[in-house]
Design a protein. Structure first.
Length: 340
């Protein structure tokens, strides 16, 4: 689209077209407004998003998270799967958020590119709105920036910001984790949005089977409904780790008290085929696989043995497979994670 109102506009000549930004708002307005609820005051287009707190909590604690999709956007662009990258962005934020038991309230996005491609950008933002709708979260606002000369031609980046709320007495923080508590893994959809710099390097050298490529491009699972239901049904969970950058062996220790460690049982589950292919072609050891990728485990939930069956049943309701991937032990050495 060109700037029809003024072909000599100096800003347009510099590579930034204000009319394109206005056209984008028209394309995404209905999708964004569809995520709004009675707590949202006003609509798209203002200088700030307004959200009224209507939660009837005794001691509400606000929870905030921010993240991005990383270099997975390059693969999504290459293989024309940009419609799903919006879910990746939302999931990377809300999956962190629900790890403490919070309920998402609203989301904001930041999209920056070398040049605003209307169809491409609208596809991504509509995908963000769709994922917000799935998690009962309002897409409250965002920012779209055109930066020619800063980003490589055709390149773009995404960031997201989510805010939620949790009752102070129901915060899941890991303090109640004890020895012999079970580590229950909830399946991932694939690598989610982590490890893609290495994945892209492997793909540059080896052509994957179509089934593997499909898994590598699959959007990140949204665990919001499952975890919020866990809290609602009062299943006694002592800790939740979102398995993102750093894989299983780096993320689980983040929520474990210093005197304890995670004993990961490699016989508890089998790496899905996409991860087996990455391991074979990349010549990666088990230790490095678990430190880089989620290896098929998107969420690790730590809980007493008595709570395992109720949680497995609930996960099944949401069509998530579960794996018993380890247990909590006393920390007798320097390591926070033990493999067996």
């Amino acid at each position: 689209m060109t700037n029809k109102s003024n072909p000599n506009d100096p800003y347009a000549k510099a590579g930034v077209n204000i009319d394109d930004g206005n056209a984008l708002i028209k394309l995404i307005k209905s999708s964004v407004n569809a995520t709004h609820n009675k707590s949202v005051l006003g609509g798209i287009g203002g200088f700030a998003g307004l959200y009224e707190l209507n939660h009837q909590l005794k001691k509400p604690i606000l929870v905030a998270c921010t993240d991005g999709v990383g270099t997975k956007v390059s693969l999504s662009k290459k293989y024309s799967t940009l419609g799903s990258v919006g879910q990746d962005l939302v999931a990377m934020c809300v999956n962190d958020m629900v790890s403490c038991g919070a309920t998402p309230l609203f989301f904001l996005d930041y999209f920056a590119s070398s040049k605003l491609e209307l169809k491409e950008t609208a596809t991504i933002i509509k995908g963000i709105a769709k994922a917000c709708k799935k998690t009962n979260m309002a897409l409250l606002g965002g920012e779209t920036a055109e930066m020619p000369g800063h980003y490589t031609k055709g390149n773009f980046d995404l960031a997201g910001f989510a805010v939620g709320v949790v009752e102070k007495s129901k915060i899941i923080c890991g303090k109640k984790i004890k020895t012999n508590h079970v580590i229950l893994g909830i399946e991932s959809s694939g690598p989610h949005s982590n490890g893609y710099s290495l994945i892209r390097k492997i793909l540059s050298r080896h052509k994957p089977p179509s089934s593997v490529l499909k898994k590598l491009l699959k959007p990140t699972h949204l665990y919001t409904s499952l975890v919020n239901d866990v809290v609602k049904k009062n299943i006694k969970v002592s800790g939740i780790a979102n398995i993102t950058g750093g894989g299983i062996t780096e993320n689980i220790p983040r929520i474990i008290p210093k005197h304890l460690a995670a004993n990961i049982d490699l016989n508890g589950w089998k790496f899905p085929k996409a991860f087996q292919w990455l391991q074979e072609k990349g010549k990666i050891s088990n230790e490095d696989m678990l430190r880089i990728f989620n290896c098929g485990i998107g969420l690790a939930i730590i809980l007493p043995l008595s709570e395992v069956k109720p949680l497995k049943n609930l996960a099944s309701k949401y069509k998530f497979k579960t794996h018993r991937i380890g247990k909590i032990v006393n920390r007798t050495q320097g390591e926070l994670t033990y493999l067996n």
